[in-house]
Design a protein around this ligand. Structure first.
Ligand code: ZN
Ligand code: ZN
Length: 142
């Protein structure tokens, strides 16, 4: 298991009030990277059965807009969320089953932020999605 971050402090650092649903959503996403909304609802409700769908949608929106959570939405997929933020990592997505894995920038911290032509923009993120087939699907179709 990855070590448990201090979600309380993280919420405070971005000026969000610390609530049990917010802590539960952070914890769910920490343990289930790239979870979709339904997965988050299922996991959160194991510990907090009374939390409404709407409260979880609102929580995901608040966490995403403050940068604590990153939202990714590969073409043809529902939105997925993760707590691994601000490192400009990328994703590889299986065309067959939709599974998602993290891919670090290949060289150093974030070389792909150096666009070949930045058009005068100050670039802070490069959203790269690698598409292909995952090992399970390759094995299944062999
Ligand atoms: Zn697959
Ligand atoms: Zn990721």
């Amino acid at each position: 298991m990855p070590e448990q971050p201090d979600f309380t402090q993280m919420l405070r650092d971005v000026g969000l009030r610390v609530t049990r649903p917010r802590l539960a959503v952070m914890d769910a996403l920490h343990r289930h990277a790239h979870a979709d909304t339904d997965t988050v609802i299922g996991v959160v409700r194991q510990g907090l059965p009374e939390v409404s769908h709407q409260a979880i949608y609102d929580t995901l929106r608040a966490l995403t807009s403050t940068g604590l959570v990153r939202k990714i939405q590969p073409l043809g997929s529902v939105a997925r969320y993760e707590t691994r933020v601000a490192d400009n990592h990328h994703h590889v997505v299986c065309r067959t089953c939709g599974s998602i894995s993290d891919v670090d920038c290949t060289i150093g911290a974030a070389p792909c932020l150096q666009a070949s032509d930045d058009h005068g923009f100050h670039i802070d993120e490069a959203e790269v999605i690698f598409w292909g087939q995952c090992p399970d699907c390759i094995a299944a179709s062999a």
